[in-house]
Design a protein around this ligand. Structure first.
Ligand SMILES: Nc1ncnc2c1ncn2[C@@H]1O[C@H](COP(=O)(O)OP(=O)(O)O)[C@@H](O)[C@H]1O
Ligand SMILES: [Mg+2]
Length: 222
């Protein structure tokens, strides 16, 4: 269970203050595919960044595995991000000068796994996300958007994360590719026992989620 309590994030620019996340409470059971919807500016990315420890809350608690990550120091947070979280972004964010398989191996390299083990797990993951073998040695620019997102999902799964955070994962894809990517994420949540939280403003995607959170002005409306 991921549990968020009284979470706030305030941004200041000069005199101006924005309460991007406003005293938010949420609970996400393990192993489900959840979505967060809401208009642009409602605080979705800010919330996701805090869940993934890319950004620190102004106040409140984020309890993962019985530990409040909002209270962790920087060294522990680096480990938390590496071991517990997989990120998937709208713009894929693959390393351009690495091949598809090298991109998937990268987080395992950071975790200190040996090369052979990295390679065999990366091939297995690329297979499970449906990338054909002839594309494993291609660089991202020689892959379609849908293929790049498959690689990004395989990379997100590399270190067997507890939680995958996806920010508009289908935002750059046509709707049929987008729906394939969502099905893939949903199946992975089940087969790998990973919790997936996907931010989207596509209501079709939200409808496929087991739980949907609606954000408005930094607060949940449901
Ligand atoms: N780094 C930042 N500095 C100042 N304001 C920010 C920053 N990031 C987000 N905001 C503000 O916080 C609010 C929520 O933004 P965001 O989380 O990006 O919304 P969403 O992802 O739902 O579009 C917006 O008003 C936005 O302008
Ligand atoms: Mg956003």
């Amino acid at each position: 269970m991921l549990s968020v309590k009284n979470l706030c994030k305030e941004f200041k620019s000069g005199e101006h203050k924005v309460l991007a996340v406003n005293n938010l409470n949420m609970e996400v059971p393990d192993g489900i595919f959840a979505s967060i919807i809401g208009r642009s500016g409602s605080g979705k990315s800010t919330l996701l960044s805090m869940l993934g420890a890319l950004d620190k809350p102004t106040s409140g608690e984020i309890i993962v595995d019985n530990t409040d990550i909002a209270k962790m120091g920087d060294r522990k947070l680096i480990k938390y991000r590496r071991d517990k979280i997989g990120f998937v972004f709208q713009s894929y964010n693959l390393v351009p000068n690495l091949t598809a398989i090298e991109n998937v191996m990268l987080p395992m390299e950071f975790a200190g796994m040996n090369k052979n083990a990295q390679e065999s797990r990366a091939s297995k993951l690329l297979k499970s996300v449906g990338l054909t073998e002839d594309k494993y040695l291609r660089r991202p620019k020689r892959l379609s958007g849908g293929e790049q997102q498959r690689v990004a999902i395989a990379r997100a799964l590399a270190n067997k994360p507890k939680l995958i955070l996806a920010d508009e994962p289908t935002g750059n894809l046509d709707s049929s590719t987008g729906s394939i990517i969502i099905k893939l994420l949903k199946n992975l949540a089940k087969s790998e026992g990973t919790t997936i939280i996907a931010v989207t403003h596509d209501i079709g995607i939200a409808n496929q989620a087991e739980k949907t959170f609606t954000l408005k002005d930094g607060k949940l409306t449901n």
